[in-house]
Design a protein around this ligand. Structure first.
Ligand code: C2E
Ligand code: MG
Ligand code: MG
Ligand code: MG
Length: 283
């Protein structure tokens, strides 16, 4: 006779789904208190020109070390922050912290080092987004042109009509605009034509498997496209010398990746900059 076995795969599925939901609920519960509890930190990942061996910028990346949940990746908590309506607060906290650190680290004396900040789709729903950011930078006496905002194509897909004027407004203030994770969205080409990006960031997926299972052809084509359109280009996620050399060979000398450095805490970044400038003086 046929025996009945409960469907194990369904049970496993149900278990992992419950875990996933519980995790989201935990994050929803603790995230709104993260600022107050001093659990957030801004890290900086250096951006280097591989040809000139020059520090050209740094991307600010948010870190959350929760007292109850341990460290939670922004890839996990940013989408939840958007859905529970705390992203604007987090976003402005990041801008303030970046401004404060830019002063504290003395980066404001090196205006050629560009500091970039990620914005999410929900940030653009804030009518006063540009005003709030420029206000913070002004309070700290910083030059707008030292800053750059990053947005992904996803931000543009649904909300083009109100994102576009904000991008113009950023650029009119001297803040540059980079398109992040380029090539992973759905309508990259349309947006490139309609918008005036200052920089294209080639997504890590087009670099990480080179040369094992990727010839680098997409990275090459994106670099070519950027050159033709006269837009700056930088590659995200280069981890090996081979990848950096390949990228340089195709004309993409600007690199943000573990090969040069992981994202660093402000104090580690300070050490990084101090060593960098000390070495430069000696040459
Ligand atoms: P993103 O803006 O594309 O940032 C680059 C991500 O790639 C960072 O992950 C960085 O640590 C990682 N990365 C850079 N180089 C390498 C490499 O060589 N190898 C590997 N494996 N990874 C590399 P992170 O810090 O975990 O951030 C994930 C995403 O979370 C960011 O992707 C961004 O979309 C979002 N995010 C981070 N901070 C903020 C923020 O302040 N505001 C908003 N709205 N989003 C943020
Ligand atoms: Mg980014
Ligand atoms: Mg990216
Ligand atoms: Mg990303």
């Amino acid at each position: 006779a046929l025996k009945y076995y409960p469907d194990r795969s369904f049970l496993i599925y149900q278990n992992s789904l419950e875990k996933k939901i519980q995790r989201e609920l935990d994050i929803e519960e603790h995230l709104p208190l993260a600022i107050k509890n001093n659990e957030l930190e801004v890290y900086f990942q250096p951006q280097v020109n591989s040809e000139k061996d020059m520090l050209i910028g740094a991307e600010a990346l948010l870190r959350w070390n929760s007292k109850s949940l341990g460290s939670v990746s922004p890839a996990e908590f940013i989408p939840i922050a958007e859905s529970i309506g705390v992203i604007n607060k987090l976003g402005m906290w990041v801008v303030k912290e970046v401004a404060r650190q830019t002063k504290f680290l003395g980066l404001d004396k090196h205006k050629d080092i560009k500091i970039s900040i990620n914005l999410s789709a929900t940030d653009f729903k804030n009518e006063f987004l540009v005003e709030e950011i420029t206000y913070i930078l002004e309070i700290y006496g910083l030059d707008f042109s030292q800053f750059e905002i990053e947005l992904t194509e996803g931000v543009l897909v649904d909300d083009y009509d109100y994102v576009k004027p904000k991008l113009d407004e950023f650029q009119m203030n001297g803040i540059s605009v980079a398109i992040d994770d380029f090539g992973t969205g759905f309508s990259s080409m349309t947006h490139l034509k309609k918008l005036n990006f200052d920089k294209i960031k080639i997504d890590r997926t087009f670099i990480k498997d080179y040369p094992k299972s990727d010839s680098g052809s997409i990275a090459e084509i994106i670099t070519y496209l950027a050159k033709r359109l006269d837009i700056n280009v930088i590659a995200e996620g280069a981890e090996t010398k081979e990848q950096v050399e390949f990228l340089r060979g195709i004309g993409c000398s600007n690199i943000q990746g573990y090969y040069y450095s992981k994202p660093l805490s402000a104090s580690d970044f300070k050490e990084y900059i101090d060593t960098y400038f000390l070495n430069k003086e000696q040459i």
